[in-house]
Design a protein around this ligand. Structure first.
Ligand code: ZN
Ligand code: ZN
Length: 356
């Protein structure tokens, strides 16, 4: 039981259901829980508070001339459910006012009459709905190529479909991959730029014919009807039927294969072009020995050559990879260390200065 006493005035006894004993072993956390609701309870009645450690003070203030007529009247009316209760409560206040030299009696403000539910509940604040999100942070290791996060989310879709009992709790809105697993901002910006540049490039470029081959006699096409394919790493196989000797050569082209093929072909004829490639040198050697030979061409891989949004040229890298992988007999080792020729055309020096 608890009561409040001011001078000779005592309040009614109120049952005390919860309390924290002095110096509890559970310490400040339990105490904070216990006293936390004080602030919520007093807020709607504009009663100020000051709490420090286990010391709590409540403040209700007002100018003296307002206390008698408005302040106390308003407060009592708000706290009383009807006029009867107000009268019971106001007796002591009226006496106190009289003692203090005020000649007014407190009047119940009918507008403050409320239903029980209105009075017992403090004014409702708009509900703040917080979505409960579970963040999944997959372990990271550079060596792991599997897209763990993506696979994990796919599993959520698979095992908790709409008709599943747990779908309400476990779904793609409540389970998310932790941000640290998403591409970095840098990567996102780079991807965006890349997309824009690609779009621009395709808009600016003149539409090339979609025909895969322009050979007059289709059966004579060096690439079986694909001679107009662009940006490829190709392989030439030189066979000498007499000795069954096979030699290979790997090359790349940024243009259509047909253009590159014509250049190769032209280097096989006039002698001054003899040393333009390792392949032509070899063919000239065979020619000089009068050795019959056959050349077959094939595409090894189609790749993109250097564009301004890339840091390296995948076409050149692919050629180097194929040289290492296929170990062609006619290529020179130093071809592995050549610089990309495609990068040059993106240099600023290639662009005419803009008129100011
Ligand atoms: Zn063709
Ligand atoms: Zn290149």
């Amino acid at each position: 039981m608890q009561l409040a006493k001011i001078d000779e005035h005592t309040s009614d006894n109120m049952p005390l259901n919860y309390a924290v004993p002095q110096g509890p072993v559970l310490g400040p956390v339990l105490y904070t829980f216990y006293t936390l609701s004080i602030t919520e309870t007093t807020k709607p009645y504009s009663v100020g508070y000051h709490m420090y450690a286990d010391d709590t003070q409540l403040y209700a203030s007002g100018a003296p001339h307002r206390i008698g007529k408005v302040g106390i009247n308003h407060r009592l009316s708000t706290n009383s459910i009807n006029e009867e209760i107000f009268k019971q409560a106001s007796t002591e206040y009226n006496q106190a006012l009289e003692r203090s030299g005020y000649n007014t009696t407190l009047q119940f403000d009918k507008g403050k009459e409320k239903t029980i539910t209105d009075r017992t509940l403090p004014p409702e604040e708009p509900k703040k709905r917080e979505r409960k999100i579970t963040w999944y942070n997959p372990p990271y290791r550079k060596i792991v190529a599997t897209k763990v996060g993506k696979t994990f989310l796919r599993l959520i879709n698979k095992h908790f479909p709409r008709n599943n009992k747990l779908h309400k709790i476990i779904n793609r809105n409540t389970i998310k991959i932790s941000y640290s697993c998403l591409p970095s901002f840098k990567q996102t910006i780079l991807n965006h730029n890349k997309r824009l540049l690609q779009k621009q490039e395709t808009e600016n470029s003149t539409p090339t014919s979609t025909r895969p081959c322009n050979c007059r006699k289709k059966n004579e096409c060096p690439l079986n009807g694909k001679c107009l394919t662009e940006c490829i790493v190709y392989k030439a196989t030189v066979t000498q039927p007499a000795t069954n000797k096979i030699d290979t050569y790997v090359g790349l082209t940024d243009n259509s294969f047909k253009t590159r093929y014509n250049l190769h072909k032209s280097s096989f004829k006039p002698e001054h072009k003899k040393s333009s490639t390792k392949l032509s040198e070899f063919i000239w050697k065979l020619k000089n020995n009068n050795t019959y030979h056959k050349i077959e061409w094939q595409i090894l891989k189609k790749q993109k050559s250097y564009t301004s949004d890339m840091k390296y040229c995948t076409l050149c890298l692919q050629e180097k990879f194929e040289i290492l992988n296929n170990a062609p007999t006619l290529n020179h080792r130093k071809e592995l260390f050549t610089f990309c020729v495609h990068k040059k055309r993106h240099l600023l020096s290639n662009f005419a200065a803009l008129p100011i």
